[in-house]
Each structure stands twice: as structure tokens, then as C-alpha cells.
Ligand binder design. Structure first.
Ligand SMILES: NC(=O)c1ccc[n+]([C@@H]2O[C@H](COP(=O)([O-])OP(=O)(O)OC[C@H]3O[C@@H](n4cnc5c(N)ncnc54)[C@H](O)[C@@H]3O)[C@@H](O)[C@H]2O)c1
Length: 147
């Protein structure tokens, strides 16, 4: 039986992007083909791409447009941006853990130990709700990666 080929894009080129690459090599039910990578750290994305013979993209949307499935291997502060962008384009997204945490807006000023827990819960849940709302309107699906 011919296996369906799925075009895969990886967002983020750090620690978790490396083990997502290895996990993708072990998929056997379909034929995943990694097309490329995009990361805020362009030098890291370029190195990741050249080591694996894939393309380094210079825009998130450019990568998303070229693939069927997006692996969101970015810091928690970037989860919503990547997931919603993929879902709005009708693509599936695999979101690296944790989905329900709140780790600030990505700024250096955020400190989880002193940030009010009630606000962290509220912001985290609101972000998850926006991602789920994007999924409800999308032909794509939200999936979750945990080890
Ligand atoms: N499953 C596990 O055991 C495990 C282990 C470590 C980390 N993680 C999770 O993996 C995710 C990423 O962590 P990491 O350790 O790979 O981080 P990392 O710092 O090693 O790599 C993050 C990468 O994402 C890029 N990036 C960050 N924000 C971005 C954005 N908004 N758009 C595009 N690129 C962006 C950075 O340039 C970098 O290439 C986190 O959600 C973390 O919780 C899971």
C-alpha cells in the first residue's frame, strides 16, 4: 500500500526541534517529509537546516504555506502565535508541551516565581481558549506533543 506523504515544517531550531526531528524519522504509518524550518534565531535555523538538508525559511507564514503539518517547537510564549497562524491557514499543528502553562510574554522582565498565580492561570487559560477557537474554525487539527 502506498503511504501518504505529509509535508512537515518545524518552527524553532533548539532542543525540542532536535528530538522532534528524530521522532519524525520513526513515523511509519505515513511518509513525513520535512520541508524546512523557521526560527526567530535565524542563525540557529540555518544551522539546523544545513545539518539536515532542509530549507531554512525567513518567515513563519512562508513555511506554513508550504507544509501540511507544523511542529511548534518554540518557547511557551510563542505557542499561541505559531499554533493560531498554522490553524488559520488550515494546517495541522503539533504543539510541544506544556500547553496550559504560562511563562510570560517572552520578555526578560517576567519572573514566574513572583508573578501572581491567579493572573498566570487566567492568561494561560485565555491563550488556550484562543488556540482552541482557531482550531474550531480550521480544517486543521491541534495535536499535542509530550515526550
Ligand atoms: N518534551 C520535553 O521533554 C521537553 C523538553 C524541553 C523543552 N520542551 C518544550 O519545548 C519547547 C521549546 O523549548 P526548547 O527547549 O526547544 O527551547 P530552545 O530555546 O532550545 O529553542 C527554542 C527555539 O524556538 C525559536 N523561537 C522562540 N520563539 C519563537 C517564535 N515565537 N517563533 C519562531 N521561533 C521561535 C528560537 O529561536 C529557538 O530556535 C517549550 O515548549 C518547552 O516547554 C519539551
Amino acid at each position: 500500500m502506498t503511504k501518504k506523504t505529509l509535508r512537515v515544517g518545524i518552527v524553532g531550531a533548539g532542543f525540542s526541534a532536535r528530538f522532534h526531528w528524530h521522532a519524525i524519522q520513526k513515523v511509519h504509518g505515513t511518509n513525513p517529509e520535512v520541508i524546512g524550518v523557521y526560527a526567530l534565531d535565524a542563525a540557529q535555523a540555518a544551522a539546523y537546516a544545513s545539518e539536515r538538508g532542509v530549507r531554512a525559511y525567513d518567515s513563519l507564514h512562508g513555511l506554513i504555506d508550504d507544509v501540511d503539518v507544523v511542529h511548534a517547537c518554540v518557547l511557551v510564549a510563542g505557542h499561541e502565535e505559531v499554533a493560531v497562524a498554522a490553524l488559520e491557514r488550515g494546517k495541522c499543528v503539533i504543539l510541544e508541551k506544556p500547553m496550559t502553562g504560562y511563562c510570560g510574554d517572552g520578555s526578560e522582565a517576567f519572573h514566574g516565581d513572583t508573578f501572581p498565580k491567579v493572573d498566570a492561570l487566567r492568561f494561560g487559560l485565555a491563550s488556550v481558549e484562543r488556540i482552541l477557537e482557531a482550531e474550531r474554525k480550521s480544517a486543521g487539527r491541534l495535536c499535542y506533543a509530550e515526550n
